[in-house]
Design a protein around this ligand. Structure first.
Ligand SMILES: [Zn+2]
Length: 184
């Protein structure tokens, strides 16, 4: 079985897997146009997405406990909002092609894969209570993400806006006034 964050492709036999026209077997498996384009691709249903999210969130919680506990608390949210949130996160990363909106870096982590994170300009949760909407989300690299989280970097108002992803200025102003500590 092959899987990514959107869904999976299942093979009944090893032969089927080895002879699939969309796969190139080398030292490393190469999927011509991504799993999603394959004939037998099955998109995860809401319940499966939920389970997946629970696993990811558990990992995130463990990671943030390793951090120095200054992070905004990660409150359990209801299923709908978790799924919605994951869809928006994926959408922002896709629209921005995994490129950091602050420093323009596109972090390559494999032959065909890139890594990016999504930052909520007005942070979710207390005390900021920012909203879970596209206009409050930025696609960023891990370095810029940490600087923004720690309030060590201002956000320029003139960020590139895309028709499907416009950044709401009020959140940028909020960040620059209320989240910033000692930006240089
Ligand atoms: Zn960056």
């Amino acid at each position: 079985m092959l899987a990514d964050l959107n869904g999976y492709v299942r093979f009944e036999t090893e032969e089927e897997y080895l002879n699939d026209p969309d796969l190139k077997h080398g030292q490393r498996l190469h999927i011509k146009n991504g799993i999603k384009s394959m004939k037998n691709f099955v998109e995860f249903n809401e319940e499966q997405l939920y389970t997946l999210n629970q696993i990811i969130n558990k990992k995130l919680t463990e990671d943030s406990q390793l951090d120095d506990n200054n992070q905004a608390e990660r409150k359990p949210r209801n299923i709908d909002s978790i799924i919605r949130n994951q869809r928006l996160v994926r959408k922002v990363k896709d629209l921005r092609d995994n490129t950091c909106q602050i420093c323009d870096i596109k972090l390559k982590i494999g032959p065909n894969s890139y890594y990016s994170e999504v930052h909520y300009i007005k942070p979710l949760g207390k005390p900021h209570n920012g909203p879970d909407v596209l206009g409050n989300m930025l696609c960023v690299c891990p370095n810029c993400h940490k600087k923004l989280d720690y309030g060590f970097m201002r956000i320029e108002v003139k960020l590139t806006n895309l028709p499907e992803h416009k950044i709401d200025k009020q959140f940028i102003e909020y960040h620059n006034k209320r989240v910033i500590k000692n930006a240089t």
